[in-house]
Structure formats: structure tokens, C-alpha cells
Design a protein. Structure first.
Length: 394
């Protein structure tokens, strides 16, 4: 039984008190389950140490992540049992990253997907709680492939994310220096295998666009990474951030990657309600796709902070994904219009004047209007712009 001093579990107790009728029991508390209409105090909350708790709905068997989301508890406070897979691969992160195979994270414009992947890698190396609350049995060996200009940043992110640096090796093998081209896939697959075979890596983290030669389709690099994973018998966690080479839309890139037979799992990092973001599984090879998770990118002291389950499903996340083109100006104009018109219709002249005041050209605003689906209505006082029905009330 875990001791329950008054100073411990303060965040959990405050979350339970919001629902009222909380009773202290042996090793924890009994409270109303917020995930269903509960009038019998059927939620058993057991202290698991380190201010983390186990959530068990005795009445309706609600999913612990749904209960945590309803209580507004971050994943760091909840222990989540691993999903029960009848047939599936071994796991680096059960339900998200298999122990052998290529897992890809495709990110929207403005999301640092490498920071997300390195946060997962840091937890894996230290044997710390995974982003959804699952607790691994022990730490694993991690290798991160970098280029000369990304090495320092990757090391800083790993340190800030709490990695066990004794089990993490940052290998500067990409990008080249002194006239050398560095590793490129698929052409240098044999060299990459030779380089990594002696590292004993159980998880490899790599940016797809670093290993993909210029003017070579990224799909060829993805297939090479999948082949590398199978040859080494290790997990590969690849990321792809929004850029001219990566393509315009994260949703289309992710769905296209999911079609590849070589991809074991595909996830998409999307913008949610400000300032939150979400990691949403798009597809998997042969197992149940797990639910999305909310997070926000905080800063240098903890680059990625995970929250509870993403309330919207994968379909809605893809449907509402940022439709901005790859140009930063278009991305800014999209969000500018969305925020300006959220309060209701506005005259077109005032919208253009406000856009010009923040440095956006009329052509950029017009592109963003098309992407957002802004509705233009002619009135006696001129043209009025408004958000499409699907955006109203969001």
C-alpha cells in the first residue's frame, strides 16, 4: 500500500474534487466516474507512486484514457495498462511504435515533429512513462542519426526531455562535411546498415528529408528505411516536417505514406485548439489503431508536454487538418483569417486592411480564403466575408 500524505497527489485530488463525493479508501480514493453517468462512486483511483494513479471504472469499464481526459489529468499522472493485442509485433510503444518496422510521423506546418520523436526516444531510453501513461519495463538503446547542423539541437532536446544519455548515441552521419555527401537512401543502404549494426540500437530516430537525396521521391527513402529496419531487427521512428520537399499537406502526405506496404505505422501531428496539438494515428499494419494524444510544445526545459487523449477521432483530425500551403505567408494568412472571422462576418475591405496592417498581401489572403473556404456574400454595403459552416462555433 502506498502512503497518501496530504502533500502527495495534490493534482489528482483536485481533479477528483471537481466531481464531488470523493471518499478515501485503502491505497486511494473512490469517486464518480466522469466518463459516464455515474451515481454510485464506481471510479477506483489507486496510488501507484510518484504522484501517478491507476484509474479503474468498476461499473462501466470506461477506458482509463477517457477517464483521464474527462478529469483533465495529463498523461504524466496516470498509469495506463498496455493494450491487449491477441496477435501483434513486439513493441517500443504499445499500439504506436512496433519493435520492428518503420513508423512515420508526418507533421503540419509549425509543428516540430523531431522534438516529438525525440521526446518518445528519451522516454524509451530512460524507461520512463510513455506519452499515454504506459510504463515500460526497462530502458532501451536509442540511436539518433543527425547532420552536422542538427547534432547540437538534437542533443539539447534529448537532454531536456530526460533521456538516459548512457543509452542514447547521436551519430553524425548525414549531410556530409568537407565535400563529402554523407549517407543518402536508398543508394547508401549498405553503408547505413554497416554503420548502425555495431550500435546495438533498439530504436532508430531519423528525419526522412535528411536521408533523401534532392529530387528523389521521399517514398524511396521510406522504403529503404523500412528495409533497414527489417535487416537490423530494430524499430525505426522517422519524422517528416512540412517543407517544399515534403509536400503541401500533412494529411495527404500521411495518407499516401499509409498506402505503402513497407510502412508499419503512420501518425500525423496536427494543430488542435490553441495552444494544443495532437499526435493522431492514421493507419497501422495489422493491429488496432490507438487513440490520438494531445500535447503542446513548451520550451527548452521540457520541449514536449503531453496531455490527455485527443477528443476528436482520426477522421475529424484529418478533415480539419491545416490546409495551408507550404509558404509561411499562406500559413499565417490562413490562421489570420480564421481568427478574424471567428467573431462573425466582416466586410471584405476591413479584412484586407487588417491583413495589410500585419504585412499580408492581397494575393496571399486570397489563397488563404480559398484554402479555408471563406464565404463571400454581396450586401447593400459591399462584400462581406464569413467562415464556412463547418468552422462556425469551433
Amino acid at each position: 500500500m502506498v502512503d497518501l500524505p496530504d502533500s502527495s497527489y495534490a493534482v489528482v485530488q483536485e481533479a477528483l474534487r471537481r466531481w464531488g463525493n470523493v471518499k478515501l479508501t485503502e491505497g486511494g480514493w473512490l469517486a464518480r466516474c466522469p466518463a459516464h453517468d455515474d451515481r454510485q462512486n464506481s471510479l477506483l483511483v489507486l496510488a501507484a507512486g510518484d504522484e501517478r494513479v491507476e484509474l479503474d471504472c468498476l461499473s462501466a469499464g470506461c477506458d482509463p484514457q477517457d477517464v483521464a481526459a474527462a478529469l483533465r489529468l495529463c498523461a504524466q499522472f496516470v498509469v495506463v495498462p498496455p493494450p491487449a493485442f491477441t496477435d501483434g509485433p513486439g513493441w517500443i510503444w504499445p499500439g504506436y511504435v512496433p519493435s520492428v518496422g518503420l513508423t512515420l510521423i508526418d507533421g503540419e506546418d509549425g509543428i516540430h515533429t523531431l522534438a516529438v520523436a525525440l521526446d518518445v526516444a528519451a522516454r524509451v531510453s530512460a524507461g520512463a512513462a510513455l506519452p499515454d501513461g504506459q510504463q515500460p519495463r526497462s530502458g532501451r538503446n536509442v540511436v539518433v542519426l543527425t547532420a552536422p547542423h542538427t547534432t547540437a539541437g538534437a542533443k539539447q532536446l534529448l537532454t531536456a526531455s530526460g533521456a538516459n544519455l548512457e543509452q542514447v548515441e547521436v551519430v553524425e552521419a548525414l549531410g556530409g562535411r568537407g565535400g563529402q555527401k554523407g549517407l543518402r537512401l536508398p543508394g547508401d543502404l549498405a553503408q547505413a546498415e554497416e554503420l548502425l549494426r555495431g550500435c546495438g540500437a533498439e530504436l532508430l530516430v531519423v528525419d526522412v528529408m535528411l536521408v533523401c537525396p534532392y529530387r528523389v521521391p521521399a517514398e524511396r527513402a521510406l522504403r529503404a528505411l523500412a528495409e533497414l529496419s527489417n535487416r537490423l531487427g530494430t524499430a525505426v521512428l522517422a519524422v517528416r516536417e512540412a517543407s517544399k520537399r515534403a509536400g503541401w499537406l500533412a494529411s495527404r502526405r500521411a495518407q499516401a505514406a499509409a498506402i505503402l506496404a513497407s510502412t508499419a505505422a503512420v501518425h500525423m501531428a496536427v494543430h488542435g485548439s490553441e495552444p494544443s496539438m495532437a499526435l493522431v494515428p492514421v493507419a497501422s499494419e495489422s493491429w488496432k489503431v490507438m487513440g490520438g494524444l494531445q500535447f503542446h510544445q513548451a520550451g527548452r526545459h521540457r520541449p514536449v508536454v503531453w496531455r490527455s487523449r485527443f477528443p476528436r477521432g482520426t477522421y475529424h483530425a484529418i478533415e480539419d487538418a491545416d490546409l495551408c500551403r507550404r509558404r509561411p505567408a499562406s500559413s499565417g494568412a490562413y490562421r489570420f483569417l480564421e481568427q478574424l472571422l471567428a467573431g462573425g462576418p466582416a466586410p471584405a475591405r476591413e479584412v484586407l486592411a487588417a491583413a495589410a496592417a500585419v504585412g499580408l498581401s492581397s494575393r496571399t489572403v486570397q489563397r488563404a480564403r480559398t484554402q479555408l473556404g471563406v464565404v463571400a456574400t454581396k450586401t447593400a454595403r459591399g462584400w462581406v466575408l464569413s467562415l464556412p459552416p463547418k468552422h462556425v462555433g469551433r
